[in-house]
Design a protein around this ligand. Structure first.
Ligand SMILES: [Mg+2]
Length: 265
């Protein structure tokens, strides 16, 4: 199957772009607050959003306020906190999925662990927390065990998710797949074919949901290479959508490593 096959039937007027942020649009930074927005990204996203009738969303683990801070006014819709919070349109109210909040003792214990291990960073979220270990990769397995032990008494309500050099404790009941399905029920997304692009384990739910809706789920490392390649593709897609909708979307440049072709869906 040619690399472009999942994209070959798509066109701007019938597609929606659902994009993860960190590791997809933005380069991964040593800590989440150190990311930067590459020049040209906002322009490409704005042009694509307009070409697609607004059907462009960011689907991320970050809170919606952080997306607003980094990409102010750009995505038409935003799903934050792994689908736990969704804003369907600019200026619309944020709809929160009813999810449990982790006990405060868990967060205190996570803070104690981070304090005791220089290089480990605790990131608190609305309904969960993340232990980052990018600076001390050798601590990854031990942090996983500690986090699993913490949530074990409530494993039916909370889960441990693997992120890039981080472990995230978050409630069950929402993920990027449910976010895609929810976003795709409302205008301007409804009836379009979603193209979901993401880079890590938590994005696979979004990719599956997009494929199940007749669209495409593309993993950054398999289809593009890295975030800079995604940005280059978006910039090209923005130009192509205006000049020649029939040639849209462009074929991603295949990464040098052998790509695994995703199963057709
Ligand atoms: Mg990501």
């Amino acid at each position: 199957m040619p690399l472009s096959a999942p994209l070959s039937t798509l066109e701007p007027a019938r597609s929606a772009l659902l994009l993860d942020m960190d590791g997809t649009l933005l380069d991964i930074a040593p800590t989440p607050d150190l990311v930067w927005v590459a020049p040209g990204l906002t322009d490409a996203l704005c042009r694509l959003r307009d070409a697609m009738g607004g059907a462009l969303a960011v689907v991320t683990g970050r809170p919606i306020e952080q997306v607003d801070g980094l990409l102010a006014g750009i995505p038409y819709a935003v799903a934050g906190e792994h689908g736990g919070a969704i804003r369907h349109a600019p200026g619309a109210e944020v709809v929160r999925v009813s999810l449990p909040t982790p006990p405060v003792e868990w967060v205190l214990e996570a803070a104690r662990i981070a304090d005791a291990h220089p290089g480990v960073l605790l990131e608190q979220k609305q309904r969960g927390f993340v232990l980052h270990y990018r600076a001390v990769p050798e601590l990854g397995p031990a942090l996983r065990e500690a986090a699993l032990a913490l949530i074990a008494p409530q494993a039916d309500r909370f889960q441990l998710m693997e992120a890039l050099m981080a472990w995230e404790v978050r409630p069950r009941g929402a993920d990027k797949g449910s976010a895609v399905n929810t976003l795709m029920t409302e205008a301007p997304f409804a009836g379009r074919q979603p193209i979901f692009i993401g880079d890590d384990v938590t994005d696979e739910d979004g990719m599956r949901a997009a494929r199940a809706l007749g669209g495409a789920g593309l993993r950054v490392d398999e289809w593009f290479g890295g975030p800079a390649d995604v940005r280059a593709w978006l910039a090209q897609a923005a130009v192509t959508s205006a000049a020649d909708p029939g040639a849209w979307p462009p074929t991603p440049v295949q990464p040098t490593a052998a790509a695994t072709v995703l199963p057709p869906k």
